[in-house]
Write a protein that binds this ligand. Sequence first.
Ligand SMILES: Nc1nc2c(ncn2[C@@H]2O[C@H](COP(=O)(O)OP(=O)(O)OP(=O)(O)O)[C@@H](O)[C@H]2O)c(=O)[nH]1
Length: 528
Amino acid sequence: MWLCRARYLQYVEAFRKSSRLQWLLLSYSCYSDAPHKNLKSTPLQERKMIDRFRLHVKGGVGGNGCSSFRRSRHDRHGRPDGGNGGRGGDVILQCTAAVWDFSSLQHHINGRKGGHGSSKNKIGSRGEDKVVTVPVGTVIHIVDGEIYSAVEKNTPGDSDPWEIPGELTSDASASNQQPNSSSFNAPNVEKTEAGVDVSFSCTTSAGVKLSSQASLIKSCSRCSSSDLQSRHLDKVSLPNDDDETNYGNALAADGDKLGIDDGTSDKDWEDEEKEIQYNVAELTEEGQQIIVAHGGEGGSGNVASWKPFNKENASMDEDQPPSSAGLPGSEAVLVLELKTIADVGLVGMPNAGKSTLLGAISRAKPAVSHYAFTTLRPNIGKLNYHDLSVTVADIPGLIKGAHENRGLGHAFLRHIERTKVLAYVVDLAAALDGRKGITPWQQLKDLVLELECYQEGLSNRPSLVVANKIDEVGAESVYEELQKRVQGIPIFPVCAILEEGIIELKAGLRQLVNGGESILSLDSIMID
Ligand SMILES: Nc1nc2c(ncn2[C@@H]2O[C@H](COP(=O)(O)OP(=O)(O)OP(=O)(O)O)[C@@H](O)[C@H]2O)c(=O)[nH]1
């Protein structure tokens, strides 16, 4: 007893000492000048975007059927009472605006196993679905396997887990279809504290009135009643730590090629691309879901194939009704691709001032810096008018040869595919005072060429030109020259950094989104 007390005191003393030490360390870190690292200070912007991802999905295996006999002293042969196995869980992709790329996904995702059947004719529990969240604008391509379901809108608020699926019709036409013209009365469904009571009644053709009652009780073996509603919605796969590392540090030179970590090498993609079934499904609205792998059916218990004992089958021994194992779930290999959805796409060369402009016209706060390729992923901003809201995407800088994977490559060109209108941002000061930059009209030509080389007709949508950096000395005359060289398209001179010319630009963008028709074509740009 005393020994125990001594030990206890020893522990308390040791704890006090350790906490005193911690306190000292804490006060040192607070009051000293020593620089301390804040590991979480890396802004989201600097993360490498994963906008293409290879995914192996597999539905959960169905639970095994049970082989069991219930014997009693009155029943010499016993009766089978093994229940069926439960169905395996599905793998579901759900679209949400809360994630912006595929960095939180894991490459292999499996639905949960169904529960095994058990004696007393108990059915195994259904395997849990695996719900994987993907960003809005996800396109699904299939490398191997099949997808059996269509995209559906998930409205968790509307659905009541205790609602009976399908509608039971009680109209005359429905009752006429009954083979013996029996009359069915509408089911009486009553919601109670414990669950739902359902009662049916019908009159057969012989005039016999039959009635039946059933109750669905809220609790089940796997979950409590309170968490049922959210059971299938909150299963999001945990972030994959490997994907979160590599922050963008390979930027400076404009010829640098930044690979996108999607789990496969370029060569693999080339081989694979021959077999891919493209654009099988698209998730374009928040809350949309698609089942990409079905759970396997549960095996049947021995009660299902039981025949009552009689003299003819007396030779059969008691374990004759077999139970079966659960079936495996369906499998598929998918490629997920993200195509940003926005009304306006800001397209321009690196350093043209696209991110600064996005910050000036909306509340978005993208990273801005004086070196090329600061933007590593499309940034989205919302442009609010009193009666309208327009989304604007700042696409990472394009350079000549982007369609051949130069610069940040063509990975980002696909984000332009979904934008309704284009705003070409050019740097008026790029070639001023002997700077080695490209003239604004040449910038425009290169941009249109890049879009067309990537996908024919990509530049063929309503557009306007934003002539940025008008505040620089000599930019006015370049702007005048630009007006002469580029015809048939509105040009807005702005200084994004000082937010000058922004009101006019916002009005121009509004007009463009509301049905503007000006298109920038190669013929309308005059080069020497
Ligand atoms: N003088 C002047 N400088 C500007 C203006 N707008 C942007 N800049 C500067 O231009 C540089 C590049 O700006 P960003 O907004 O990062 O350019 P970006 O087009 O997003 O560049 P990437 O991320 O490489 O595509 C920064 O140093 C800005 O301060 C402007 O109106 N006038």
